[in-house]
Write a protein that binds this ligand. Structure first.
Ligand code: SAM
Length: 247
């Protein structure tokens, strides 16, 4: 009876260890960076991405991963953006995913609050083969970065041109205030801007920060439409040039 109890305890301990290793433990930016840096083929974006995925198979990770990554690839292919803003760089996984799909002359500005994460993320984007004329990492909160974005994006003053795509994967409580700030600063391209919102917890779409944003969007059908909702990503499209009756 004692052997059976010890074996059962062993199984519980193993399950806890595995759960902690694959998802329940703490995300370590340094460990993610050093694994990807040392295991990938430098200069190859696809190798950097698959090495991130390999790491996430056995370690806690905040990267969007391959499934949401595919939904992101499709949204980028549809929008064919030249100017992209990402809020929440982390280690650069989604930055690399988007950069590899941008046309020549395309540019990504990615914003990361934590200085160490921003530094390590920037290094992995360079390791993937991208150059500083293609991307810029801004070490700042989204709230501070947005009012200063016009110069980083090399946009002319005033409306007319702007961001073609925005990926929000930072803090869901900031999704609505940051969208409002992007509108206020006239940074969203008036002829169409895809705004991609990552929601990691199932059902979170209708709660908390993302819920507030979707309520704002649905209340303004002349300006926004919800394009798709799949694989933990909701895509909305902003357009200012069509009829804005009642706004
Ligand atoms: C979930 S991770 C982003 C993962 C990334 N999109 C990927 O797939 O690799 C969120 C990141 O946003 C950063 N962050 C959180 N709040 C932020 C804010 N207000 N402004 C800028 N970055 C923020 C965090 O430090 C973290 O690195």
């Amino acid at each position: 009876r004692c052997r059976v109890k010890v074996a059962a305890l062993g199984r519980v301990a193993l399950r806890l260890l595995l759960r902690r290793g694959a998802g329940g433990g703490r995300v370590c930016v340094r460990s993610t960076h050093s694994f990807v840096f040392s295991q990938c083929t430098h200069g190859k974006a696809h190798s950097v991405l698959s090495t991130f995925d390999l790491y996430a198979d056995t370690h806690p990770s905040l990267c969007i991963g391959p499934q949401t990554g595919e939904a992101l690839d499709e949204a980028v292919a549809r929008a064919r953006p030249s100017r992209v803003l990402e809020l929440g760089t982390h280690c650069g996984y989604s930055s690399v995913r988007m950069l590899r799909l941008l046309p020549p002359g395309g540019r990504l500005v990615t914003v990361e609050l934590d200085p160490l994460t921003a530094e390590l993320g920037e290094e992995l984007i360079l390791v993937a083969g991208f150059k500083h004329h293609q991307f810029q990492v801004l070490t700042s909160s989204s709230a501070e970065a947005i009012p200063a974005l016009r110069s980083s994006l090399e946009l002319d003053p005033g409306p007319g041109e702007g961001l073609d795509l925005v990926l929000m994967d930072h803090d869901p409580e900031r999704y609505l205030p940051d969208l409002l700030a992007l509108e206020r600063e006239e940074l969203l391209c008036p002829s169409g801007c895809s705004v991609l919102l990552i929601h990691r917890n199932q059902g979170a779409g209708e709660r908390g920060g993302l819920g507030g944003l979707l309520a704002h969007v649905r209340a303004r059908p002349g300006r926004y439409s919800v394009e798709s909702e799949r694989s933990a990503m909701t895509e909305i499209v902003y357009r200012k040039e069509r009829s804005t009756k009642g706004e």
